[in-house]
Design a protein around this ligand. Structure first.
Ligand code: SF4
Length: 324
């Protein structure tokens, strides 16, 4: 597979030489993965060396008092990681050795899917693909995948894809290659597309979507949206339309929604605030009473004002009509 080979080749030439990469001792690998969970390599490096010097084996770590472990951890933050590390060391000793299966590794305190795959592949050669932010980004761009990251669908899709690409005989090099490649070449901002070995077959590059991928899940934080409604009144008639699919209020009726307020329209309310689940609507509402019926944009119909009650309207429109 061209993708896999390119990553392996790239890693062989550009992979970072890190001390825990020179060993397959599961203890040393596990320690590095826990330290790097929320810490950058540059900072984590000295801590890893300090821990290895102080507790050269999992037994040494397990039998140390917690205070000592926490003291050594000082400066790394997220002390729950240190406590989990200590607890997991005792788990491992109780098991009689480091577990050699993915399920066994995953059952250690403080180890999630990602860390289990990393340790499993590096220390035991298990064919388990790691999927972190770097991997999401590289795959989304290279294969042109727009599934929003952070969704269950994306987790499934990207994990399956990474798993398919993973070479069974070199899982560690592939996993580490993906992470290094994402961290140094296919970076979040200003990726090095011009020198990237994947560029000739990269979908995002070919279609000019490098900046648009990966797609982020839209935040649940309400966003603001501005609307301008004009209530047209001519001889007891008004213009409304039924909202189409693909947006809020599908099938409900509304007055003339426009961006250009006609001359002579009178403002009834300004920035009227209405809260929906995922957005805040701020509406300007105008009343316009031209002498004759103006031409209407497509989709609008004239109805008698007296009939307005018979049309289902969004709550916002009802509130606006009350202001007339
Ligand atoms: S060409 Fe650019 S976007 Fe595509 S994989 Fe390479 S660095 Fe990433």
């Amino acid at each position: 597979m061209a993708f896999t080979e390119t990553i392996l080749h790239w890693y062989a030439e550009n992979g970072r030489d890190l001390p825990w990469r020179r060993t397959r001792d599961p203890y040393a690998v596990w320690l590095s993965e826990i330290i790097l969970q929320q810490t950058r390599v540059a900072q984590g490096w000295s801590y890893w060396e300090r821990f290895m010097a102080h507790f050269p084996t999992v037994e040494a770590l397990a039998s140390a008092p917690e205070d000592e472990v926490l003291r050594l951890w000082q400066g790394l933050g997220y002390y729950s990681r240190a406590r989990n590390l200590h607890a997991a060391a005792r788990q491992i000793v109780a098991l009689g050795g480091f577990p050699g299966t993915l399920e066994g590794i995953r059952a250690l305190k403080g180890v999630g899917d990602y860390t289990a795959a990393a340790i499993g592949s590096i220390a035991f050669g298990l064919p388990a693909a790691v999927v972190d932010g770097n991997v999401y980004r590289v795959l989304a761009r290279y294969f042109g995948l727009a599934t929003p990251v952070g969704t269950t669908a994306a987790k499934k899709e990207f994990t399956e894809l990474a798993q398919r690409l993973l070479p069974a005989d070199e899982p560690a090099a592939f996993n580490q290659g993906m992470m290094d490649f994402g961290a140094t070449c296919c970076t979040p901002v200003n990726p090095a597309c011009m020198t990237c070995p994947l560029q000739p077959s990269c979908q995002a590059f070919a279609t000019g979507r490098v900046e648009l991928l990966p797609v982020k899940k839209t935040s649940a934080k309400p966003v603001e949206r501005h609307l301008t409604y004009v209530y047209v009144r001519v001889d007891g008639a008004t213009a409304i339309r039924r909202r189409g699919p693909g947006d809020i209020w599908q099938g409900l009726w509304e007055p003339w929604l426009t961006e250009e307020v006609p001359d002579g329209a009178r403002q009834v309310v300004r920035d009227f605030k209405h809260q929906l689940t995922h957005r805040t609507l701020l509406t300007d509402f105008y009343l316009w009473e031209p002498p004759v019926r103006p031409p209407l944009p497509e989709g609008y119909v004239w109805i008698e004002e007296a009939e307005l009650d018979r049309y289902a309207k969004p709550r916002l429109v009802e509130l606006l009509l009350e202001k007339l």
